[in-house]
Design a protein around this ligand. Structure first.
Ligand code: ARG
Length: 460
C-alpha cells in the first residue's frame, strides 16, 4: 500500500515494520473524535479561504459519510493503513476524489492525535463521572437503609470505637466525591485545543485556531505549539485520578471480603454476585470483590507506564507517544466497568444486624467514651485514660463486659464515677452522645445523610 509519506522513500515498508508500528488495531476507537476534529478543521479551512466553500463542503460531507460507514461496521480496519488518521483520510479520498488530499492542510498527525485523545478524554471523563455518581448513589441508598445499624469501627484491624454502618458507607461517599473533583480538575487542564500546532512549530498558513476550539467545545487554544504535541501529562493526570478511584474501590472491596468471611459474617452477598469452587462444594466466594481489588494493579500500572513513557523524551513529538493509548484506554475501561459492577454489588450486600451487635459487644469499645466521661468530671485526660484502662483490665480479668462491672468496683478505682457511668458503657448509647462535627453521632449521621441526598438525588 502506498503511504501518504512515501515521497522520499525508495523502498516500500516491510510487512514486519507495518505490523510492529501500526496503531490502528487500538486507535480505531478514536474514529468519532478524529472525524469530529477533521470536520471542524475543514470548516475552518473553508472559512479562512484556505479551501473553497465547495471543497470544504465536499470534504465535510465525505467525512460524515466515512463516519456513517464506520458506525455501521462497513469499514475494515486494515493495519496496513498504520493509524486511524491515515485510514480516515484514505477513505475520504476514495469517496470524494483528490480534493480529499487537501484536508491535511495546516495540520500534522502530531497535533491531530493530540486533539483526538483530548476529545476522547473529555468524553471518557464524562462517563467516568457518571460511573462515580452511580456508585455514590448506590452507597447512599444503602447508607440510608442502614441508618439504625451500628458496628465496630477498627484501627489496626482491632476493635476501636463503635460507628454507624451509614457512617462507614458515607466515608466512601467522601472518597468518591474527591475523586470526582480531582477528575473535574484534570479535565479542566486538558481542555485546550492543540490543533494548529502542526508538527511542532505552527504554520505559515493563516488558520483560525480559536474558531476550531469553539467548534470542538474546547475552552481555548494551547499557547505553545511545541508543548502541545510533545506532552501527555494530561493523560498521566487522568491515570492518576483513575488510580485513586481504583484504590478506593479496592479499599472498599477489601473490607467486604473480610466481612463476608465466616469469622466476621458482618455481611451477606447475594448468590448471584458470588462464585463457587470447582472442588469444595460448600464454597461461596467473593470473587467479584477480589477481581475489583486485583484490577487496581493494572490501573496503577498504566499510571507508571505513562510517567515512564514521557520521562525520557526529547522535545517534541516522538513515536513513543503512540504507546499512551492502550495504557489509558485499558485503565479507563477497567475503572468504568469496576464502578458499574460495584454499584450493583452494593445493592446486593446485606449487613447482618445480629452479628454486628454481637461483635460490637466485644473489644471494650466503650473505653474512650468512659475516659471522656471522666474528663467531663474534671479528671485530666491522661489520668482518665489510665483509669479507663484499669477498668478495662478489670473487666478482662473477670471475663465481663464494661457494662457488667460492679459500680462499687469501678468507684474504688475512681471515686468520681457515679451511677450515670452506665450511659457510656453501651455502644448504642454512645452513638447518641457523640456530638462533634463530622462524627458518627446519630445527629451528625442524620445531617450527613441529608447533605448527600441533597447532592446526589436525581432531582437535585
Ligand atoms: N499513531 C500515531 C500516534 O498515536 C499518530 C501520530 C504519528 N505521527 C508521526 N509523526 N509518525 O502517536
Amino acid at each position: 500500500m502506498k503511504k501518504p509519506w512515501s515521497g522520499r522513500f525508495r523502498e516500500t515498508t516491510r510487512p514486519s515494520v507495518e505490523n510492529f508500528t501500526e496503531s490502528l488495531s487500538f486507535d480505531q476507537r478514536l474514529y468519532p473524535f478524529d472525524i469530529q476534529g477533521s470536520i471542524a478543521h475543514a470548516t475552518m479551512l473553508g472559512e479562512t479561504g484556505l479551501l473553497s466553500a465547495a471543497e470544504a463542503e465536499a470534504i465535510i460531507d465525505g467525512l460524515k459519510a466515512v463516519a456513517q460507514d464506520m458506525d455501521q461496521g462497513r469499514v475494515s480496519f486494515d493495519p496496513a493503513f498504520e493509524d486511524i488518521h491515515m485510514l480516515v483520510e484514505h477513505l475520504l479520498t476514495e469517496k470524494i476524489g483528490p480534493v480529499g488530499k487537501k484536508l491535511h492542510t495546516a495540520r500534522s498527525r502530531n497535533d491531530q492525535v493530540a486533539t483526538d485523545i483530548r476529545l476522547w478524554l473529555k468524553d471518557a471523563g464524562g462517563r467516568l463521572d457518571g460511573g462515580l455518581l452511580g456508585l455514590q448513589r448506590a452507597l447512599l441508598e444503602k447508607a440510608a437503609a442502614c441508618e439504625h445499624l451500628i458496628m465496630p469501627g477498627f484501627t489496626h484491624l482491632q476493635h476501636a470505637q463503635p460507628v454507624g454502618v451509614a457512617f462507614y458507607l458515607m466515608a466512601f461517599l467522601e472518597k468518591f466525591h474527591r475523586d470526582r473533583s480531582r477528575l473535574a480538575d484534570c479535565l479542566k487542564r486538558a481542555d485546550v485545543l492543540p490543533l494548529g500546532a502542526c508538527a511542532l512549530a505552527g504554520t505559515t498558513l493563516a488558520i483560525d485556531r480559536e474558531r476550531v476550539a469553539g467548534a470542538l467545545g474546547f475552552a481555548g487554544v494551547s499557547r505553545n505549539a511545541m508543548d502541545s504535541v510533545s506532552d501527555r501529562d494530561f493523560l498521566a493526570e487522568y491515570a492518576f485520578a483513575l488510580s485513586l478511584t481504583a484504590t478506593h474501590i479496592s479499599n472498599f472491596c477489601e473490607d467486604m471480603i473480610i466481612w463476608a468471611s465466616a469469622e466476621y459474617s458482618y455481611i451477606t452477598i447475594d448468590d448471584g454476585y458470588c462464585t463457587g469452587s470447582s472442588i469444595m462444594p460448600q464454597k461461596k466466594n467473593p470473587d467479584v470483590h477480589e477481581l475489583l481489588r486485583g484490577k487496581t494493579a493494572r490501573v496503577h500500572g498504566a499510571l507508571h507506564g505513562l510517567l515512564t513513557l514521557i520521562k525520557g523524551l526529547p522535545q517534541a513529538y516522538n513515536r513513543d507517544l503512540q504507546e499512551d493509548k492502550e495504557l489509558i484506554f485499558d485503565a479507563h475501561d477497567t475503572v468504568l466497568a469496576s464502578l458499574s459492577i460495584l454499584a450493583e454489588l452494593v445493592g446486593h450486600t446485606h449487613f447482618n444486624e445480629k452479628r454486628l451487635l454481637d461483635s460490637t459487644a466485644k473489644g471494650f469499645m466503650e473505653a474512650t467514651a468512659l475516659a471522656e466521661y471522666l474528663v467531663a468530671r474534671g479528671i485530666f485526660f491522661r489520668d482518665a485514660h489510665h483509669i479507663s484502662g484499669e477498668i478495662v483490665r478489670m473487666a478482662e480479668t473477670e471475663g465481663k463486659t464494661l457494662a457488667q462491672l460492679d459500680l462499687g468496683a469501678m468507684q474504688r478505682l475512681c471515686p468520681k464515677i457515679e451511677r450515670d457511668v452506665f450511659s457510656v458503657l453501651s455502644c448504642e448509647a454512645i452513638l447518641d452522645q457523640v456530638k462533634s462535627a463530622g462524627s458518627t453521632g446519630r445527629a451528625q449521621m442524620r445531617s450527613a445523610l441529608a447533605f448527600w441526598h441533597g447532592r446526589l438525588d436525581p432531582a437535585s
